[in-house]
Design a protein around this ligand. Structure first.
Ligand SMILES: [Cu+2]
Length: 317
């Protein structure tokens, strides 16, 4: 090893080699630092949830399998084209045409590769679908062109729509600069809302997702999944956010003229802060889950008049 380092130093290659070793590590670091997608980002970000990180891991495994397959296949093609070229007097070998052993080999190898890839994929997909043992449930309803969030079992529910400053800026000939809406260096133009969805970290949260008019899709890349919001259907998903922060997403199903103007903002906070936030929210007796909650509270009218603290589910306390 010492001799290798010495040789590298002598020929002046040492800094280059150091950079070659360091660059992937730095890139990985940059990717983990930014949970939301960045401009010119080449790879997926690992996200901030268990699911998003397993999806990222899966994506990397499959990527490297594809790279290995590409190297073998294109390498063999390049070698054959060069080594067996006509100018060297090569004659086409017809023994491989309609050859049963060759057919068997090149069918079996891809099948084995696909089976090997299916094992980790199925594991991740099953875990993504497993909404059992959730500590709280949030109902998400898509509307043209906003989202309603209901903290099931509490009287808290509200509508989250595009932030006023983004809305003003997007108007035709508004003359306003979208770049002026950046917050802490993050561009929030069309990616900000009036009321973000606040969630506790380190909590398994189940989502039930539906829509009230047309099909929408609820998507926050940092959480690692998107879920269709379909009128008349209730789809499920879950998340367990590990890192506090603000994560942004958008509606991911073309839903009408303002499809591009119904962003999603998730603010993940420590459990204690979430409890305080939830307790401070005004009760909204108009919602279905609020009515169910008030029915569950023994003192009549308590849920609709008291603050949300009265019916915060046990898990959120
Ligand atoms: Cu939509």
């Amino acid at each position: 090893m010492k001799r290798v380092t010495q040789a590298l130093r002598q020929c002046g290659l040492r800094p280059i080699v150091t950079w070659l070793v360091m660059a992937p590590a730095l890139l990985l670091l940059a990717a983990t630092a930014a949970a939301d997608p960045q401009r010119w980002q080449l790879n997926m970000a690992p996200g901030v949830t268990e699911t998003s990180q397993s999806v990222y891991g899966l994506h990397m495994i499959i990527l490297w399998v594809c790279v290995a397959v590409a190297i073998v296949v294109f390498g063999a093609m390049a070698y054959c084209m060069f080594a067996f070229r006509k100018s060297r007097g090569a004659v086409a070998d017809t023994s491989l045409v309609h050859s049963t052993p060759v057919e068997i080999v090149w069918t079996t190898i891809p099948v084995i590769i696909l089976i090997v890839m299916a094992i980790p994929s199925t594991r991740v997909m099953l875990s993504m679908a497993d909404v059992r043992n959730a500590e709280m449930t949030v109902k998400v309803t898509g509307y043209q062109w906003k989202w309603r969030y209901e903290y099931v079992g509490t009287p808290v529910n509200f509508v989250s729509s595009l932030a006023r400053d983004s809305d003003r800026t997007r108007q035709l000939r508004s003359g306003l600069d979208p770049a002026a809406l950046a917050k802490d260096g993050v561009n929030t133009y069309l990616l900000d809302v009036d009321k973000p969805l606040v969630l506790p970290i380190n909590t398994k949260i189940r989502f039930v997702v539906t829509a009230d008019d047309v099909i929408h899709a609820w998507w926050v890349p940092a959480l690692g999944w998107k879920q269709d919001a379909i009128p008349g259907f209730v789809n499920e998903a879950w998340t367990d956010i590990k890192t506090p922060g603000t994560y942004r997403g958008v509606c991911a199903e073309l839903c009408g003229k303002d499809h591009g103007f119904m962003p999603i903002v998730v603010r993940a906070v420590p459990k204690e802060e979430f409890k305080q936030w939830l307790a401070a929210q005004p009760a909204n007796p108009g919602s279905v889950s609020a009515m169910a909650a008030s029915a569950a509270v023994p003192t009549p009218g308590a849920a609709s008049t008291a603050s949300a603290a009265a019916v915060i589910p046990e898990a959120a306390r």
